[in-house]
Design a protein around this ligand. Sequence first.
Ligand code: ADP
Ligand code: ASP
Ligand code: MG
Length: 453
Amino acid sequence: MTKSPTIVKFGGTSVGDAEAIRRAASIVVHQANDRPIVVVSALSHVTDALVRSAKLAVEGEPERAITALEEQFERHRNLARNLLGVNSQKFSDEVDRIGSEAARLIRMSASEPDRRSPIEDELLSYGERLSAQLFTAVLRTMDSPARLIDARKCMVTDEEHGRASPLLGETERRTRQELQPLLESSEIPVLGGFIGSTLKGVTTTLGRGGSDYTASLIGALLSAREIQIWTDVPGILTADPRLVPSARSISRLSYAEAAELAYFGAKVLHPKSVQPAVERSIPIRICDSRTPEQPGTVVWNHLEKASSAVKAIACKRGITTLRISSAGMLGAYGFLKALFEVFDRHRVVVDVVATSEVSVSLTIDDPTALPALLPDLESLGAVEVEHGRAIVCVVGEGLQHTPGVASRVFGAIRDINVFLISQGASSINLTFIVDEAHAGEVVSRLHEAVFGE
Ligand code: ADP
Ligand code: ASP
Ligand code: MG
């Protein structure tokens, strides 16, 4: 039997410049005996630039959209010259080809709004397609037997452009078909994350940050030994380091803790990337590619007694709260069913819910469906909508049996208005809603109250 592979995924900053790419490539080379499968994101800022150009096209400015991308294409060519030297021509030709193709798509998107979603996904896919090609070429200059694989041949998805979901059976079949022979011949497959294609072969994307999901799904499908997520922080930290500069790395987290943190704003891991690993009990290791000798964070299902009840605090902004009040709810059954059927029909995801005798409060993070949703909700009761809120989520397995956490948490923010509280739903988190403007202050005060810094 062949040895289990190791998934080695690099985020945008880990392949952001020549030095970072060399470092990432040597991380792969060092693990050559562990059957690495490499998954790369687009170079840092490239997907943002592609998204901005897609938006400019929609706004009727295709020529500006095309010019704006030139800087990113030039960056790829310069990197290739730096990293590949005389061997850079083939890659530069590919950048030229993709540049012309991108310009054609942008003009098409501006003039054919009906075909926009697949066109935008095709455009967004160029980031990962280019980074995977460049990374493969760099590995080959280091005498590594790297082989570029078009990720769209493995990741088969539904047709939900911009947030496609993989079709698991077909993805498993094709991933095995594409990658197994390479592993058996000791080659190193390199794939772009984030991208897939429909059964008809139309390019799709998995949603922002989706390369983690690609890595974890491929890892699960091939029963990997470990899924490594190489990023720009030394693991999952006790809070977002942009909000709490003193946040520190956590050595171990359970899958449930990591999933809650990822879902409620810890961007370091895509929320969907935990589930595939859980099912096959594969450890996910999150490490800093600038300090590869550090152990980072391991997410797994083993539990050990934590020194503190709380492991970390996450925060997600841009939240909308809805309160639906109806006297008819008093003592009646069927109300909640009717209410959630409305969300189901409009395909709106609800994050946090709290109910009283006559009202239900809940949060959504994507308000785009509100205009269509509201009339249906109003048929059930009076609806109040508030935008500009944030979810704060305090997470730790120890919350299940440690008294006094809520009083410590709310004591630390007693002068700040809290709108909705949910504790006990998953037993490992305490979640509440505050005004977005207070979110940073709340997280840093809680961090100090809980971790003493
Ligand atoms: P990559 O490009 O490697 O995928 P991301 O930008 O998606 O990296 O995720 C890493 C970033 O996540 C960090 O730079 C950090 O700002 C942010 N982040 C938010 N919450 C946390 C947390 N609890 N622990 C670590 N990083 C976090
Ligand atoms: N490049 C994509 C993004 O920026 C996917 C990823 O980085 O995970 O969202
Ligand atoms: Mg990411």
